[in-house]
Unconditional design. Structure first.
Lengths: 163, 171
């Protein structure tokens, strides 16, 4: 039970600071800021726990529990930050009410959505790529997370193009 | 230490099952493989917890701890695992980054446009939604069918309003 309550308090603390920061000023790189927020609150708690000679196993349990739910939140938050084509289309169709939406309206909606551009902009904003003489090139080193994703994709074998 | 390992071991079973099943079916029935791997991880989790509980351990763990700590940890890890796999599977952003990484001279917007036709991608999504019954087509008009995505999109829009202060539906 202490592990559960500790994690709950820790996560609630992180969420409180997250909401406060977001209300004061929306960070430019939101996902990065969110992860830094989770890490900062965790580090503070860890330092206090070590001062109070907390048991190592309990610390590890809280750490695993805390980071798993924090990452869950971060993953879900990335959907809040961006715009999902599927969910956007669903809300647009729902907005038509009992009349629904005509094929023409759907086509116009699809034409107006530039999801590709928004994803490219997100890559630039996150510092992964930069524009140079009208071309997009990689900026700096490949992040570890990206290498992991590509490595995992290789385990799967070839994947058809989708989106 | 064994108590800590239950959710992690269950996650390992989940991911391994996912890889094996997906490769065995040669990339088909992706979502079915996600459900199956999650369930196999859940079965492994229950078995491991039962073993730990029956043997006793230094933290005096009980059913409540397993229920309140370990089970949510496995669920959260499984969700993270799913998102990680999904990222490599369908994320356009990852694919675009991959294309840029693979070229020395970089890639232009025109080249990306040719590779990832925005309209074609959206038409493909509409087709999938109609096929799955999430959107229903009646006499040339489109209506909401199954409400699962709509519920999720409403929650996300609510979160956008609270966190990002967005009032408009589409920006």
């Amino acid at each position: 039970m202490p592990v559960f309550l500790n994690t709950l308090a820790l996560f609630a603390g992180s969420m409180a600071t997250h909401f406060m920061i977001w209300k004061v000023r929306l960070p430019k790189r939101q996902i990065r800021a969110l992860l830094i927020n989770f890490a900062a609150v965790f580090s503070l708690w860890l330092a206090l726990s070590l001062v109070h000679h907390a048991a190592l196993l309990a610390l590890l349990q809280v750490a695993l529990y805390y980071w798993s739910i924090s990452l869950c939140y971060t993953i879900t938050y990335s959907a809040v930050e961006g715009e999902s084509p599927t969910l956007g289309l669903m809300r647009y169709v729902a907005g038509g009410g009992s009349e629904g939406r005509s094929a023409g309206e759907i086509a116009r909606f699809l034409d107006e959505r530039r999801f590709l551009g928004s994803r490219l902009a997100a890559l630039v904003e996150s510092g992964l790529v930069r524009e140079q003489d009208g071309r997009y090139v990689i900026a700096g080193k490949q992040p570890v997370a990206f290498r992991l994703i590509l490595g995992f994709r290789n385990l799967y074998g070839s994947i058809p193009k989708g989106g | 230490m064994s108590t800590l390992l239950c959710p992690l071991a269950a996650l390992a079973v989940n991911v391994l099952t996912q890889i094996i099943v997906f490769r065995f079916r040669r990339g088909t029935q992706y979502f079915r493989s996600i459900v199956e791997s999650f369930l196999s991880g859940a079965v492994a989790f229950v078995m491991l917890e039962a073993m730990v509980l029956s043997r006793g351990n230094p933290l005096n763990r009980d059913m409540a701890t397993a229920f309140l700590v370990d089970a949510p940890t496995y669920l959260a890890l499984a969700y993270c695992g799913f998102a990680f796999i999904q990222l490599g599977q369908t994320s356009i952003r990852i694919r675009m980054y991959s294309e840029i990484v693979s070229t020395r001279s970089g890639i232009s917007v025109e080249e990306l446009d040719r590779e990832y036709d925005d309209k074609a991608l959206m038409r493909e999504r509409l087709r999938r939604l109609v096929e799955s019954g999430d959107i229903v087509e009646k006499e040339g008009r489109y209506f909401v069918g199954r409400k699962r995505f709509l519920l999720f999109s409403n929650i996300l829009f609510f979160a956008k309003r609270i966190l990002l202060g967005r009032e408009r539906e589409f920006e």
